[in-house]
Design a protein around this ligand. Structure first.
Ligand SMILES: [Zn+2]
Length: 233
């Protein structure tokens, strides 16, 4: 007699797959981030850094500081480099990231990448908004390397943004490059422009979402929300 195979329900299968995907993404992200750090240092554009630095020097004066004091001596250059890093998404083609790692595959179930960290900057105040993105798609003959989805999120996040547009851009990019049966994007974020200034609401979370294809039907969207589980606020 053959040994009995363990029977998993569809939900259990999906959960197992997601867990495997998550650890794979963490591993790849760890490697890639390290390499990114090195790359970014090389990619600083000296002319841009110099121009930005002189503006930040002026800003320090305008806010009443003395840019020549010891602690601030290198601040304009540091801020210039930080700003170039925080906006490096302008130099990346997110569609190309996806196109570089597409594979033929018959898998037609939902693929979800949860809890992708978002570090972006609001275009109205140039203050950070930070949070998480959850992205799902249903393949239509092609899948994409899993680490590419967080990279697409990052490519759009590392620009001056509004959360609404960020959500839609991620959705459209995946829909156009991969042509899946549907895409879902949910972003939850804290906006420092609301926390540090203005109405000073420290605990409010802004949630945005956008869907295409199969996710426009209530059943698929409900399955997606269910699989996100307790992660949503
Ligand atoms: Zn703002």
């Amino acid at each position: 007699m053959k040994p009995k195979k363990i029977q998993y329900s569809i939900t259990e299968k999906i959960t197992l797959k997601i867990k495997a995907m998550a650890s794979e993404i963490n591993r790849e992200m760890a490697i890639e981030n390290k390499m990114d750090d090195y790359e970014k240092i090389d990619l600083y554009n000296p002319k841009k850094i110099q121009a930005l630095s002189s503006h930040y020097y002026k800003i320090l004066e305008l806010v009443g500081e003395d840019p020549t004091r010891e602690g601030l001596e290198k601040t304009p250059e540091r801020v210039a480099k930080a700003m170039q890093y925080l906006t490096h998404g302008y130099d990346i083609d997110p569609s190309e990231i996806l196109r570089s790692a597409m594979f033929k595959e018959d898998y037609k179930q939902m693929v979800i990448v949860k809890d992708i960290e978002i570090y972006s900057m609001c275009e109205h105040h140039m203050l950070p908004f930070i949070g998480k993105a959850h992205v799902a798609y249903i393949p239509n003959g092609q899948i994409v390397g899993l680490s590419k989805i967080p990279r697409v999120v990052d490519a759009f996040a590392r620009r001056l943004q509004v959360q609404e547009r960020l959500t839609t851009q991620i959705k459209e990019c995946i829909q156009e490059a991969l042509n899946p049966l549907g895409v879902a994007v949910v972003i939850e974020a804290h906006h420092l422009c609301m926390m540090m200034r203005g109405i000073q609401k420290q605990n409010s979370v802004t949630t945005t979402s956008d869907f295409t294809g199969a996710f426009l039907t209530e059943k698929t969207r409900a399955e997606f929300i269910h699989l996100l589980g307790s992660r949503l606020h």
